[in-house]
Design a binder for this molecule. Sequence first.
Ligand code: IMP
Ligand code: MG
Length: 184
Amino acid sequence: MTKSLDMMQDIERVLISEEELHRRIREMGVELTREYAGKNPLVVGILRGVVPFFAEMALSISTPCQWDFLSVSSYDGAASSGKLTFRKDLDIDIKDRHVLILEDILDSGRTLTYIRELLLQRGPASLKICTLLDKPSGRNVELEADYTCFTIPGAFVVGYGLDYNDDYRNLPFVGVLKPSVYEK
Ligand code: IMP
Ligand code: MG
């Protein structure tokens, strides 16, 4: 499939620059290293939007740990479809493990509530959530992240892993997508 997409043309404004992302993630990595020292945590990434954040954060955590990934889907375009699909489960057993979930964005809270409840049934020693972005205005279930890198306003954002219909993930910053793109 060929596509002509001028990514920069579709961005209203840069919300978080590359430099700010790197600085804040490294800072959070220092905090998480302290928090999880000696606990041999299992760091779990929620695919696919988390990939750039995961890569940077996982290298900023300098205490021994393992990585695993799972995948669910709740979004269709810019509006939540409300339906959750479980696509890939973890490979590693989390019983008695300290699990740290990394997620790209916490919006309505439905995705992480679903994942949290599912993983809690497996008896981890602890289960915490670290999100790159938190959009509190979108929340419709009660859920807070244990660690938040950036709190953002209620706009639809793309870049640094975040997508609109799988596009724009490779923008190196977080930007607000022009509403005209998804209102088409
Ligand atoms: P929640 O279940 O509503 O909290 O949504 C979480 C998921 O929705 C994230 O993992 C993203 O894939 C997607 N999402 C929510 N808000 C945005 C956004 O502003 N841009 C891109 N994806 C988003
Ligand atoms: Mg997505």
